[in-house]
Design a protein around this ligand. Structure first.
Ligand SMILES: *[C@@H]1O[C@H](CO)[C@@H](O)[C@H](O)[C@H]1NC(C)=O
Ligand SMILES: *[C@@H]1O[C@H](CO)[C@@H](O)[C@H](O)[C@H]1NC(C)=O
Ligand SMILES: *[C@@H]1O[C@H](CO)[C@@H](O)[C@H](O)[C@H]1NC(C)=O
Ligand SMILES: *[C@@H]1O[C@H](CO)[C@@H](O)[C@H](O)[C@H]1NC(C)=O
Ligand SMILES: *[C@@H]1O[C@H](CO)[C@@H](O)[C@H](O)[C@H]1NC(C)=O
Ligand SMILES: *[C@@H]1O[C@H](CO)[C@@H](O)[C@H](O)[C@H]1NC(C)=O
Ligand SMILES: *[C@@H]1O[C@H](CO)[C@@H](O)[C@H](O)[C@H]1NC(C)=O
Ligand SMILES: *[C@@H]1O[C@H](CO)[C@@H](O)[C@H](O)[C@H]1NC(C)=O
Ligand SMILES: *[C@@H]1O[C@H](CO)[C@@H](O)[C@H](O)[C@H]1NC(C)=O
Ligand SMILES: *[C@@H]1O[C@H](CO)[C@@H](O)[C@H](O)[C@H]1NC(C)=O
Ligand SMILES: *[C@@H]1O[C@H](CO)[C@@H](O)[C@H](O)[C@H]1NC(C)=O
Ligand SMILES: *[C@@H]1O[C@H](CO)[C@@H](O)[C@H](O)[C@H]1NC(C)=O
Length: 583
């Protein structure tokens, strides 16, 4: 074995490791001292999955041994974790962060292995002392303001443990006030809720189609669009004051109405807006910031473990927030454990060009509590079931249902299967019984459907919700009744708050019954309350784009069990975005 021959003299680390490593189910097996630091190694077949690759990956280099990789880590004061893969061109990746709180070790059948720098208090004995020569000799401390030895960037002082610990690169990570526990370079600070987040969001939002260019600094930005005219915006904010830069603006009572003519840099003016200007006009869109939780950060498609290509339906396990994504152009379903960007294929994905015989247009996915994965395949006109751990040579999922244009899939708590057949306009129960629509007849009456897409069974109410896409509405069906009730949209295609435009997916809150609808052609996610005649936009700006507030064809939607996070498959941006619903 590669490792034992090269490192057989290294000491074996026995049971001195705290419990959190046990929780990872992989144990470090060797450790070695490199200069001042000790590195512990995990077995071959381990990889590091940072919660925020863009923020944590320091460098990717080529080294001719694991030890050379460890030395490279040692030379970078921010490095805490290494990952070395002899088979992948001897790639050595250096990460900052904390193995416990800002990433995880995953096991894969590969030649890569992870090493973690073990930090002991003795390395920080000079902390707080006057600089002199003492901290210049210490790699983990830096002389601040020519006076005292302080923690390096991206780390903070833990008084209890007397060490500098890695700041969290995880949005929403717990923190304590005054301790610099959050990655300030990412714009996070410790919010009053004691979670890392954006206290002030500095973002430039370009609303391209109207040429309104605003530059905002606020914790929440609310842009309200008048329905009667496209030429005026009312811009309000919950923060004490924001400034809006635009070509012309007029203040009407408490409201600021900005002209949409292109902002000219020479005529910009700032307007202070008071906090009490929130209005109840036609549509209100909170410009929530999305965090990419799957797919590259750069909108490109990719077919490796980090990449996605045209993600479609998604599912979030209520058990542990594991995310499943129909990675449609890669003909596979990817699984992402919470906090990990590294996808694992749980259905399809085998070989080219044959793989599109196994899967073709996979538009939706459902996962049961024993991790069977169910896939709706529109072009192959069927739903398949894939057992957990398909690496044991499962190249074909069992066919559990057939239907022309099978697009949506759902189960109720009794295990009944519901499928939506896009091309034949019906909802089918257990492969046999039509419970909604009429076979191959489209229409917009209560007993008809027109191109049903995503569906969702709400176990609380025992009601089935159907995206009746070409009718631009959501139909709700009672068990044993083939008469649907329109509960959202149905007012023709459009972008008013009472309208939808080709809804693709729906997820119903088990706590409130509110519907979260992927209003795909409007590039927004709508939250529609029961019996309401209109919706509120909870994510997306209504305009296609690739900023963190925007979507380009959102076609999948899911909530986590405690409904703090909204997940959206942002198909044309090749990413899955996550939105914190608590802010
Ligand atoms: C160093 O100086 C800056 C500005 O002069 C100050 O804000 C900061 O608190 C100082 N840091 C320490 C550790 O004294
Ligand atoms: C400080 O370190 C101790 C020991 O590792 C840990 O239990 C504690 O949570 C840390 N405190 C902070 C604020 O990071
Ligand atoms: C900690 O923060 C609070 C406000 O959040 C402030 O009032 C207090 O002075 C700070 N304490 C220290 C030691 O910096
Ligand atoms: C996007 O990111 C991936 C992964 O980091 C990289 O391989 C790819 O080249 C990037 N694409 C572009 C256009 O930058
Ligand atoms: C839950 O997620 C963890 C990793 O976060 C994973 O190891 C475990 O298999 C998952 N369990 C289920 C039932 O999905
Ligand atoms: C899947 O694999 C994991 C790890 O290899 C194992 O712990 C788990 O029991 C397996 N699940 C099933 C259903 O075989
Ligand atoms: C999986 O397939 C490969 C190649 O077809 C074969 O060599 C291997 O024995 C198979 N493994 C199992 C567990 O069936
Ligand atoms: C569903 O229909 C397909 C094709 O007609 C058939 O192969 C399959 O066995 C059926 N499944 C069930 C559960 O009835
Ligand atoms: C649906 O109806 C059309 C004609 O309206 C027909 O051409 C087509 O074959 C039918 N499809 C199915 C699956 O019955
Ligand atoms: C639906 O019909 C079946 C059989 O006809 C019956 O067993 C079931 O109780 C009915 N469910 C509801 C909710 O009415
Ligand atoms: C919705 O309206 C129906 C009929 O008016 C009523 O029975 C139901 O209680 C209402 N639901 C909610 C959540 O308001
Ligand atoms: C909600 O779930 C997330 C992820 O599972 C967890 O981090 C968070 O603490 C939960 N929040 C509440 C209020 O339970």
């Amino acid at each position: 074995m590669f490792f034992t021959s090269e490192y057989k003299s290294r000491q074996l680390v026995t049971s001195v490791w705290p419990l959190f490593f046990l929780a990872l189910m992989v144990h470090p097996i060797y450790s070695e001292e490199i200069f001042q630091s000790r590195i512990v190694y995990y077995p071959i077949g381990t990889q590091y999955s940072p919660v925020n690759q863009a923020a944590q990956l320091l460098s990717t280099i080529i080294t001719n041994s694991l030890k050379a990789c460890a030395i490279a880590c040692n030379q970078n004061v921010l490095c805490r974790i290494i990952e070395y893969d002899i088979s992948a061109s001897e790639q050595c990746r250096l990460f900052e962060g904390d193995i416990d709180t800002t990433g995880s070790i995953i096991t894969l059948p590969s030649q890569s292995r992870v090493g973690v720098v073990q930090i002991s208090a003795s390395l920080f004995s000079q902390h707080g002392f006057s600089c002199g020569t003492s901290c210049q000799e210490n790699r983990y401390l830096t002389c601040q303001n020519d006076s005292t030895c302080q923690c390096m960037p991206h780390t903070y002082w833990n008084k209890t443990a007397s060490i500098c610990m890695s700041q969290s690169s995880l949005l929403g990570a717990p923190c304590q006030q005054n301790m610099s526990m959050c990655r300030e370079d990412l714009g996070y600070s410790c919010l009053p809720t004691n979670l890392c987040g954006y206290a002030t969001i500095e973002t430039t939002t370009s609303i391209v189609s109207t040429n309104l260019v605003t530059s905002m600094r606020s914790s929440t930005m609310v842009v309200t669009t008048e329905s009667n005219t496209n030429a005026a915006y009312e811009i309000t904010s919950t923060s004490p004051s924001i400034s809006i830069q635009t070509s012309a603006s007029t203040t009407l009572a408490n409201h600021v109405t900005t002209d949409v003519s292109l902002a000219s840099p020479t005529t910009k003016q700032s307007t202070e807006i008071s906090t009490d200007t929130i209005t109840s006009t036609s549509s209100t869109a909170e410009f929530r910031i999305g965090i990419t939780v799957a797919g590259y950060d750069n909108m490109s498609a990719g077919d490796d473990a980090l990449g996605l290509s045209a993600p479609r339906g998604i599912y979030v396990s209520p058990l542990n927030e594991t995310l499943y994504v129909c990675d449609s152009n890669n003909f596979r379903v990817q699984r992402f454990h919470f906090g990990s960007r590294l996808g694992v294929t749980v259905a399809g994905g085998f070989g080219t060009p044959q793989r599109n015989i196994i899967m073709n247009r996979i538009w939706n996915v459902y996962v049961d509590n024993t991790q069977n994965v169910y896939v709706a395949d529109r072009n192959l006109n069927r739903a398949t079931r894939w057992p957990p751990n398909i690496t044991v040579n499962v190249t074909q999922g069992a066919i559990i249902s057939r239907g022309v244009g099978l697009w949506g899939i759902a189960f109720d708590q009794h295990g009944n299967l519901y499928t939506a057949l896009f091309d034949t306009h019906v909802i089918v129960l257990n492969n046999v019984t039509i419970i909604g629509g009429q076979y191959n007849i489209s229409g917009n009456s209560s007993t008809k459907l027109n191109n049903p897409r995503g569906i969702f069974f709400d176990n609380n109410s025992s009601l089935l919700f159907v995206c009746d896409s070409a009718n631009h509405r959501i139909q709700r069906f009672r068990v044993n009744s083939t008469v649907g009730v329109t509960v959202a949209g149905g007012n023709g295609p459009g972008s008013d708050p009472n309208q939808l435009n080709y809804p693709n997916a729906i997820w119903v809150s088990s706590k409130t019954g509110f519907m979260y609808i992927a209003d795909s052609n409007n590039n927004r996610i709508q939250r529609w309350k029961i019996n309401d005649t209109q919706a509120v936009t909870v994510a997306g700006t209504g305009i296609a784009g690739n900023l963190s507030t925007m979507f380009n064809s959102p076609v999948g939607v899911a909530l986590n069990a405690n409904e703090t996070f909204l997940y959206v498959a942002d198909s044309n941006n090749n990413r899955v975005q996550c939105f914190d619903l608590t802010v």
